[in-house]
Design a protein around this ligand. Structure first.
Ligand code: IPM
Ligand code: MG
Length: 371
């Protein structure tokens, strides 16, 4: 059996290992039935890495991640680590992976599977068939800007500082990804910032407009302030196609978009770097939901965001669109069949565990494959 690529699995903390077990079940099916093998390596990240090595990610793990074709990432964090110094917190492991691998483009698709339209907190007609893409800049902005820190002033007060900073190059490379994505979708980009109060937002708007005029006249572009975008996402989400925005606004808007789909447990993501000479990009795939310590260890987490993240890996790292389509179909069929994890449970449906959901996806894959 030919292996088509090298994948590093970083399950992390909380529900990370539970949902990772289910995605591995799905990967084994693809290996057996679709001849899609990966050379797999496993390693620790976040609190799990801290417990063993006293850092949230080791240099050795970073090397492995740099050499892999793709990283599949679970989740990090938990109350046990709340009192650690800032640099040792589990989240720093994730942020180092994003930054050091140069994964500047974070794709967060918010898709409502038909059978889940009633699981959204919005009315069915507002979210039915929703398909939007939030494109979040992931290696710049206030998450990484200097100066930053907490300092003590001469009068004894303390002051916390973070800096929102973007350069022309950082803005144009993410905007370019947005325009390219829109060309393959419905041809519309909404660029989101706070140009009414922030200089970094004014520059963002000017650079996006300039690139649009120079190269992407075929794509429609509009601009929106981040607060208005938040409101519009909840008022009329189907007005959007691709939303391109900075690191912090993207973090916030993608949580809002997740809830439109019924649950944070349904949202996958892909984080991509720049293409090299061979067109290959460094890439990491992770569910948007986080480690959910409140439900960890109970076997009730929804594995579908993690499984869909593997689907994005098939599409964006390995060009296996037919296999990714098959997986999407298996997920749709399973939901249509009435199976629900706790987070998307509705009356009249059958509540299942994390493992039962993973097994059901494999069964649905088998059926779809044989058709
Ligand atoms: C996300 C998460 C992370 C972020 C945390 C865990 C550092 O909320 O991926 O959306 O803020 O980027
Ligand atoms: Mg977030």
């Amino acid at each position: 059996m030919a292996e088509i690529g090298k994948v590093l699995l970083l399950a992390g903390d909380g529900i990370g290992p539970e949902v990772m077990t289910e995605v591995r079940r799905v990967m084994s099916w693809f290996e057996k039935r679709r001849n899609l093998g990966f050379a797999l390596e496993e390693d620790l990240v976040g609190g799990a890495a801290y417990d063993r090595h006293e850092v949230p990610v080791t240099d050795a793990t970073m090397d492995k991640a740099g050499q892999a074709d793709a990283v599949l990432f679970g989740a990090v964090g938990g109350p046990k680590y709340d009192d650690l110094p800032f640099q040792l917190k589990p989240e720093r492991g994730l942020l180092r992976l994003r930054k050091d691998l140069g994964l500047f483009a974070n794709l967060r698709p918010a898709i409502v599977f038909g059978p889940l339209a009633d699981a959204s907190s919005l009315k069915r007609e507002l979210v039915e068939d929703l398909d939007i893409m939030i494109l979040r800049e992931l290696t710049g902005g206030i998450y990484f800007g200097q100066p930053r820190g907490i300092e003590t002033l001469p009068d004894g007060q303390r002051r916390g500082i973070n800096t929102q900073v973007y350069t022309t190059e950082e803005i144009t490379r993410i905007a370019r990804v947005g325009f390219e994505l829109a060309r393959k979708r419905r041809g519309r980009v909404t660029s989101v910032e706070k140009a009414n109060v922030m200089e970094a937002g004014i520059l963002w708007r000017e650079e996006v407009t300039k690139l649009h005029g120079a190269e992407y006249g075929d794509v429609s572009l509009d601009h929106m302030y981040a607060d208005n975008c938040c409101m519009q996402l909840i008022r009329q989400p189907k007005q959007f196609d691709v939303i391109v925005t900075d690191n912090l606004f993207g973090d916030i808007l993608s949580d809002a978009a997740a809830q439109l789909t019924g649950s944070l447990g349904m949202l996958p993501s892909a984080s991509l770097g720049a293409a090299d000479a061979n067109g290959r990009r460094k890439a990491m795939y992770e569910p948007v939901h986080g480690s959910a310590p409140d439900i960890a260890g109970q076997g009730i987490a929804n594995p579908l965001a993690m499984i869909q993240s593997f689907g994005m890996m098939l599409r964006y790292s390995f060009d296996r669109d037919a296999d990714a389509d098959l997986l999407d179909r298996a997920i749709g069929d399973t939901l249509a069949g009435g199976l629900r994890t706790a987070d998307i449970m509705q009356s009249g449906m059958e509540r299942v565990s994390t493992q039962a959901m993973g097994e059901a996806i494999v069964n649905a894959l088998e059926r779809a494959h044989n058709q």
